[in-house]
Design a protein around this ligand. Sequence first.
Ligand code: GLC
Length: 726
Amino acid sequence: MEAKQMTDVRVTKLLEKMTLDEKIDQLMQLAAFFYDGASSDGEITGPMEDLGISKQTIHNSGSVLGGSGAKEVISIQKEHLKTNRLGIPLLIMADIIHGFKTIFPVPLAIGSSWDVRLAEKSAEIAALEASVAGVHVTFAPMVDLVRDPRWGRVMETTGEDPFLNGEFAKAFVRGFQGENVTNDTNRVAACVKHFAAYGAPEGGRDYNTVNMSERDLRENYLPAYKAALDAGAQMVMTAFNTVDGIPASGNEKLMRELLRDEWGFDGVVISDWGAIKEMIPHGIAADESEAAKKGLKAGVDIEMMTSTYVKNLQTLVEQGGISEELINESVRRILQLKEKLGLFENPYRGANEQLEEELVFSEEHRQIACELATKSSVLLKNKHVLPLDREQKVALIGPFAHNGDVLGPWSWAGSRENAVKVDEGIKTKIDPVNLIVAQGCDIDTGTEEQVAKAVQAASTADVIVLALGERSEMSGEAGCRADIRLPQVQLDLIKEMKKLTKPIAIVLFNGRPLDLHGVLDQADAVLEAWYPGSEAGTAIADLLYGDVNPSGKLPMSFPYSVGQVPVYYNHYNTGRPDINKSPAERYVSKYLDIPNEPLLPFGFGLSYTTFQYSDTKISSDTLTSDSEITISTHITNTGNVAGEEVVQLYVRDMVGEVVRPIKELKGYEKVHLNPGEKKEVTFILTEEQLRYFHADLSFTSDPGKFTVFVGPNSVDGAELTFELIN
Ligand code: GLC
């Protein structure tokens, strides 16, 4: 008998033995501290009473959020199997977003690497560390497309482009799950989130309303979720926000008609934390019973951290509000996932205290974290200051000069204490006598004494390195900012350092694109480090001293001002584009006080070397639905150090049935070139890549003219044209 059939038979038999009460309790997920055997001892009375649930409910429940390691998870599972009548094991789920204990750069940084191979490797390591610590499912990848840096969770995404987000979504799922998550207990099941369009809240304010056409949703926001599911992601998490006026967790059109019926997803859907009950404040459920009904009817199988299901579904079945079959459907999917992960044979899966001791935060893992951090940093400016010379006397100044807050939000078991700080990294490169460190100010407060000490330190140096940025709580969930500049005290510190007329390099630690006025214009060099993770100091020192040449490219535009937001490269042209940039020309789409263009565009990033593009060609000026076009270019390293360049291919559909973006990323290749080396890079373009959602939501291409752009970012590059013909 086929494994799938075996699964179904066993699941069906188990389902038949379960009482309605036991089935309903399988649909609840609580945090680890509620469970017997959890390391945080003692009766959890407050939250449990708030939830209005009994111990029996917990003994029947289906999954756990969290768990601090193999010892605790094994203990919880062991205790649970003693009290669960049918011996149904718990699923252990956790937010392993960019590392378990070895913390990799935040996903927005990983997106800056344009290196999906390393992204996959980081997810594989995260899965290995999490699995030996007892985790079965990770609430990742988060693939919400973003265009608004005021939103705190942009750090958790790979940016503003549907194609690039899709490439990373697939890479993360491959890394987490491997070829066969069933047989490989050192992998974890991936749960793609947050379905859908959580990254587009009005005003950039978390949990806020999302308003867009279905066409825009399908064109820009859904592709990365689909890519993750096509790569085999086992679960989906709902978003907090409304989608066309209905919260995702109760949105049948989104969660059933599209996700399950149209896309064919038959895996487990879990709500985000409390999102089922939040349908009451959203105003589409009058009470918990209605919220529970809407959630289950929408196909949300697991309710995270609220208890509307366990408190209301039995009554709803008895009163005919919902059918027991609807409950059976959800329980079946949960049992099938447990079966697929082998939990009935081995409820502890990969949990292993000894392996946890050996593998977690290993030197090998940290080396990969360092490599990814060096590739994720973006050189935004460099007027002959970087790389530093080891003989130079360096004044390292700023709140991030010696600061462990370099892991970023969602750093599960990561330790700031264990993170390599910037000064520690630099000390491995130079004679400590050539390094002087002063804080200069805190993140958003400071004293004259701090500034005086910094001025004193800097006055003795050949070069000033300012380590500045946001504390990680200033981004991440509910970390939204209306003012996206550096805190004023840091801008003031830059001005004080500027008075010393010495070379200044600024390294930024932040979770979002910032308004860099007062930073980019003041410094001679700026390196965007985002939150580099456990090996921050090592990676930054490698980059500052040129042991690694920066190669990152921005996956999200840096606005000229927050007044521009939302600002993104793949925008529409409008009927009055500001082509002439003439102050005299008033009646065009522009601001009176700032330019339309972002300060730094999508795809932008510099290097310590220079690259020259030449001989860009197109194989044909016509394309049909059964032909393909080759676009080729040559790139030469015209500098004197080796480096990597991300060659980018964009396409513009000149005339569509609906307006089309002025350009769309359709391909890229990151190439390594030694000094003087020249390489040819080629891209294949087919009609399929030119398809888009029409007004009637059909996904097709139109014959007509297209322009191709090949270059180092979304603004510069050679242009070529071709025509798609029937
Ligand atoms: C949070 C986040 C979600 C996370 C969940 C569990 O509210 O929105 O991304 O997976 O709760 O921690």
